[in-house]
Ligand binder design. Sequence first.
Ligand code: SF4
Length: 362
Amino acid sequence: MSMALKKLEPKTKMLSKKLEGKNVKCLACHRYCTIPDGNAGFCGVRMNEGGKLRLSVYGKPAAVWVDPIEKKPFFHFLSGSTSYSIGTFGCNFACSFCQNWDISQAPQEARVREPAKWKDYFTKLVDSCPELPPEQAVENALASRSKSISFTYNEPTIFTEYAIDTMKLAHKKGLKGTYVTNGYESHECWDAITGLIDAANIDLKAYNQRFYTELAKVPHYEYVKDSIEYAKKKGIWVETTTLIIPGWNDDLKELKAEAEFLASVDPEMPWHVTAFHPDYKMLDTEATPPEILVKAREIGKMAGLKYVYCGNVGFGYSDYEATDCPKCGKKIVSRMGFSVRESHVVKGRCQFCRTKISGVWE
Ligand code: SF4
């Protein structure tokens, strides 16, 4: 007789609230889904089973890899190190341009293809992934000589309890934790990860609601701005990223307003302006010309941001992904794609003029 495997369950309390009847409210992101018994929230992975919220992807990552930290991208956080990276299925956004749509949009795709049986189909998909309990994730991260664990590839907010359980163990072993996130976390979520997640790269995908509504199915992009401010207040190291898509978020006035907002939060917070390449439902949109990124970088600098980087542009643009000392102007970190070629940051200071360079360097 075969015995069913016991499912992994979070040790930490789920970000949820019981409602009347067997409904539950999920508290992880600003959608605050009310989920009836037997259903899932918008992200498709947080499921109400008998009046209790369950995280279907707990300990079941869809993608695990060891990446350079620069790939996330983080340029001022453990520069030159690798990060043990974990992602699951699902997302609380539905971006038409997602580069990881095969995992992030798996529940949404299943809902479209098999409306009546999508949960069975999706559960089988999750069950086909190998288990990775938090203890094992930490062991693997240490064996890979990574200095951090990143929750990335899809939106970590939706699997926060898995990240929390992992980081509670990882911190004890000296590993730091990062979120690569769309910034739609609720304050309850940010509060829960404070002290466990050390750095966040938050996407500010655009500075207009039309982009968020039409391309990402997100009703209130103001919450993303709030997240940038709130995460900073919580003491988390924050870098931000804007993927520039021609015709959607490349208006120069808008980029100026965006840069001014970021500079008002903290002029030392790095801003990555990165190139779009046609993907998923936006195969007919042209790739971002590198000149637009160079212009956006100039706009960011004019707005007072000290560190603005162009990304996804390939060879020939390495000067635009280098760090220059804001005081003496010397190049202090040279990069080529995701690799650090040369660094003159010593104990968090410019080796030439001793100016403090914001970030977490050791
Ligand atoms: S994480 Fe967001 S989208 Fe998913 S169930 Fe919770 S509130 Fe809804």
